[in-house]
Design a protein around this ligand. Structure first.
Ligand code: ATP
Length: 897
């Protein structure tokens, strides 16, 4: 069992020992609650725990990996959600269990898991999860432990003083001490300043983090928020709604929940919802007259549990689903009695039981005060909220009059007979509603069964394993996903021979210099591509490339890299088994015999492919440690899957970069003519910038539809031909004549300009891959016309992508020297280390990072200023490099990537 590295110790102002704490019913971007909203490229997903005391979770939304990956048989105590994933705290083991997809947080029980650790609360940020340990007997008294997993967060933190609750923002976390009720935050505050702005002297009832801010309900029920608001240009107000999240309404509130740049709260007076801060225009407004018990927010989408017998959640904001067809628990179950200021929720129609563990209950915060014209008739007690009634002697509102008159009037038979049809109508409605819910549920179950290949024994085994998961992590799907996770599964030659129909001509899908690729179908029906080294080729070289590819692919994992499923090495045979890419290679589309393929690859599709390929390469350079240099980026190695997403393939020539990438590898050149970096070719000087050069050639190829080297033209080399034309401002001269020029030619001009920078002679003068990615992303945003295009014709991954820019901000700040974009291009090679997906770093504070940054700055011979290390500086330098983004583009990117 792995152990978590020791973290830092935070001193609490007051040391008070409280053995247990009541969860205060707050749910934010990532706090634990009975409901959670995940966000990300596939749109929002609502998950909630059933109100029937079973503690079972159900999810609704567009992200199939969350909806169908939900652990329907594991009882959960509470939920939290991040970017593309949801986690629940297992009721029986008090350990987190996550599902969905996020490359930074391990699905199942996150790893490394401290043996025997049990947690009382979990909270998820964009790409991480933190959990507050339950105090154990042997543990030092007065010390609280928080374990975190995920991007730049994997560490165990020790705090002196008991902690009441934790909450996670986009890339930071906060907690609240149980003793003095003060808040503290840690993590990356780039762009939010949440950590430095944390109020030291304010005492809270509860806190809840949003994307870049935190809001807390103070002891007097007023709300106080701190952190970053989205400031917007006047010009964009017609496109997007705006508001300052720190401008909090004056209403007293019982709880708050934070979204990306907004927050919503439940008003103490009437339990109605009020939201403030930034909102996307055309988003659904929060319900006006609905009373709610619990809130959860994700990005721009918020849901609340209606404070009525139905307990059905209702959602608002951008994305949907808007109403959830199930009753959910209005809070999480606590084993302690409800403390002062809280009352026990009793659901009359469910016999009061919403919690499974004996002696546990949902505690809801008491409302404070009564609405105008009413007086408090009963105080909040252990089993009910305070009651408010109209003062019938001085009615000033219609509500009051009708309420008072109905109370005074004796109930007559006439009234009863009037009410009868209403009752019948309500009953009929309830029956119709219940049948439609059951129908939807049946359909969901059928769909789930169809999409799940688990057999009954598998599920039983899964269940058994899940209950003893501290010994073995649980896998949700033992099929293709598992194959990918275990990776590099060994196949026999016979199996693959059978799968490909004996490697027959009819299953041949492509030929490379040293290999043939065949389509095959495995025994379980999985369609695969089998790459077979050609016999005539150099066996030693083949074996080396085979092992390079096998080694690299089995360690890398990114949506835009081709997944390796397995291999076979028998006798002289070397076979690699990949996911099958239904639409072949980009080369086939651009230069294949079928001209219609080329025309169908319109500008939006082409630029999308460029963005996706850039992301794959950026991952190799920036996330793998040491970085991976592909060495053979070209259109035939960009494959296109069934959903028209690009995948970077062919790692046969890839090399791991040196640990210190300032010292380039001296490698004899290899690759493909036309794409080969001249510096590498001539000087054998290989860095990640060699891939940038090849990618520049690829961009020119995408724009022009010409091959990298095409001798049918007078100027056969694409770089020699295109760059002078682009530099002369004649971009239209290089655009593919097979397509009509786009409505937004500026987008292609930006790509052409980026391509020119990529193919500069000296590697140090080329932008690094993350800058290139940002440039093509911006071009795509521009090409799409509207920065808030809600109905994209593109794969949602690109248009509705996650908060990539934010992530990147933190990635930059987590680099050794603060921000790549704060530095010169010469520094790019020094700075290409980011958290790889399979290696986790201990979390460092931003101040630590800054001092590291300073240190690197000192080492840097060119000694340029790093600025303040803020995201703003990063963007400024980025703009110098690739040109400024318009306010609309900026917003689009900030919101979508
Ligand atoms: N996973 C796959 N799914 C579908 N087609 C594939 C797959 N992998 C490769 N191909 C097809 O097979 C062709 C040959 O691929 P391969 O990787 O062997 O060589 P290459 O990259 O084209 O050339 P070289 O090996 O010379 O660099 C590709 O261009 C593509 O059309």
């Amino acid at each position: 069992m792995n152990s978590i590295r020791p973290g830092f110790l935070v001193q609490a102002a007051v040391l008070v020992i409280i053995c247990g704490s009541i969860y205060v019913g707050v749910s934010g971007l990532g706090s634990m609650s009975s409901i959670a909203v995940s966000y990300g490229e596939n749109g929002p997903v609502f998950c909630g725990l059933s109100s029937d005391g079973s503690h079972m979770v159900s999810c609704f939304g567009a992200d199939a990996s969350i909806v169908y990956g939900a652990p329907i048989r594991l009882p959960l105590l509470g939920l939290t959600a991040g970017d593309g994933f949801v986690c629940g705290l297992l009721l029986d083991a008090y350990q987190p269990y996550c599902w969905g997809s996020n490359i930074y947080v391990k699905m199942g029980v996150p790893q490394p898991m401290v043996e025997g650790a049990a947690y009382s609360e979990i909270s998820a940020g964009d790409d991480h999860l933190c959990a507050l340990r339950r105090p154990s007997k042997g543990e030092q008294r007065g010390v609280s432990l928080i374990d975190c997993w995920g991007y730049n967060m994997t560490a165990s933190h020790e705090f002196s003083g008991p902690i009441m609750s934790i909450t996670a923002g986009s890339v930071f976390n906060c907690g609240m001490f149980a003793g003095n009720r003060t808040a503290f935050c840690w993590g990356d505050e780039t762009g939010s300043s949440v950590i430095s702005l944390t109020p030291r002297n304010l005492r809270f009832r509860s806190i809840s983090a949003g994307g870049f801010h935190v809001c807390g309900v103070l002891q007097n029920s007023q709300v106080f928020c701190w952190g970053r608001s989205l400031e917007m240009q006047q010009s964009s107000s017609d496109i997007l709604g705006q508001g300052d999240v720190n401008m909090v309404p004056m209403d007293p509130m019982v709880s708050v929940a934070g979204g990306r740049f907004h927050a919503c709260g439940i008003k103490s007076l009437d339990r109605k919802v009020v939201c403030w801060g930034f909102k996307l225009q055309n988003s659904v407004p929060p319900p006006k007259d609905t009373r709610v018990y619990e809130l959860a927010a994700g990005d721009y989408f918020t849901c609340g549990v209606i404070a009525e017998a139905s307990l059905r959640p209702q959602c608002w904001g951008t994305g949907g689903p808007w109403s959830i067809p199930m009753a959910v628990s209005p809070g999480i179950c606590a084993s302690n009695p409800c403390g002062p200021g809280y009352y026990e929720f009793i659901h009359a129609s469910l016999g009061g039981k919403v919690c499974k563990p004996a002696n546990s209950r949902v505690c809801l915060p008491c409302s404070v005060g009564c609405p105008e014209g009413t007086y408090q008739s009963t105080p909040c007690n252990s089993t009910s909220d305070r009651g408010c009634e109209f003062n019938c002697t001085s009615c000033a509102s219609a509500d009051c009059s009708s309420s008072c008159s109905s109370e005074q009037r004796p109930r007559s038979h006439g009234l009863l007979s009037l009410q009868m049809p209403i009752f019948v109508a309500e009953l009929a409605f309830a029956i119709v509603f219940a049948s439609s819910v059951s129908l939807v549920a049946c359909l969901c179950v059928r769909r789930r069964l169809r999409s799940c290949s688990c057999s009954e024994p598998d599920l039983t085994a899964l269940k058994t394993r899940a209950y003893s998961f501290h010994k073995e992590p649980v896998k949700v799907r033992p099929d293709l996903e598992e194959l990918k996770i275990r990776r590099a599964q060994m196949f026999t030659y016979e199996e693959l021979e059978k799968a490909t129909g004996g490697f027959g001509e009819e299953s041949l899908v492509g030929k490379g210099s040293f290999s043939c690729v065949f389509k095959g179908v495995l025994r379980d029906g999985t369609v695969v591509a089998v790459k077979r080294a050609t016999k005539a080729s150099d066996v030693k070289k083949n074996t080396k490339e085979f092992h390079t590819e096998l080694d690299l692919l089995s360690r890398l994992n990114h949506a835009h890299l081709l997944n390796l499923l397995g291999y076979c090495e028998e006798g002289g045979e070397r076979l690699l088994v990949y996911e099958f890419m239904a639409h072949g290679s980009l080369y086939q589309h651009l230069h294949g015999k079928d001209a219609s393929l080329k025309r169908r690859l319109d500008w939006v599709r082409r630029v999308t492919i460029a963005v996706q390929a850039a992301r794959g390469i950026e991952y190799l350079h920036g996330y793998a440690c040491p970085p991976v240099i592909h060495r053979d980026i070209k259109s035939s190695n960009i494959l296109i899957d069934e959903e028209h997403n690009a995948r970077v393939a062919d790692f046969g020539l890839s090399l791991l970069g040196p640990a210190d990438s300032s010292s380039p590898l001296s490698e004899p050149p290899a690759g493909t003519l036309g794409y080969l970096d001249p510096e590498y070719y001539r000087l054998h000087y290989l860095t990640t910038k060699s891939d940038v050069y090849s990618f520049g050639v690829l961009l020119l190829e995408i724009l022009s539809g010409r091959k990298a080297i095409d001798m049918q033209f007078e100027e056969g080399n694409i770089v020699e031909w295109a760059v002078p034309l682009i530099k002369a401002g004649d971009v239209s001269a290089i655009l593919d004549p097979a397509l009509k020029p786009p409505a937004e030619p500026e987008a292609l001009k930006k790509i052409a300009a980026t391509a020119c920078k990529c193919v500069r002679m000296r590697g140090k003068d080329r932008p690094s891959m993350d800058k290139v990615t940002t440039a093509v992303e911006r071009a795509l945003a521009l090409l799409m016309g509207s920065p808030c295009n809600e109905q994209p014709i593109l794969p949602t991954e690109v248009v509705l992508g996650s908060s990539r820019l934010h992530k990147r901000g933190s990635q930059r700040s987590s680099n050794q020297s603060c921000s790549e974009n704060d530095t010169t291009d010469a520094d790019d090679q020094l700075l290409e280390y980011r958290a790889p997906s399979w290696i986790t770093f201990p979390s460092v504070t931003s101040s630590q990072r800054r001092s590291e940054g300073d240190a690197t700055e000192g080492k840097n011979s060119e000694g340029r200023s790093l600025g303040n290390g803020g995201a703003g500086d990063g963007l400024r330098c980025l703009e110098e490099e690739i040109g400024p983004a318009s306010p609309q583009q900026d917003l689009f990117l900030q919101h979508n990537f």
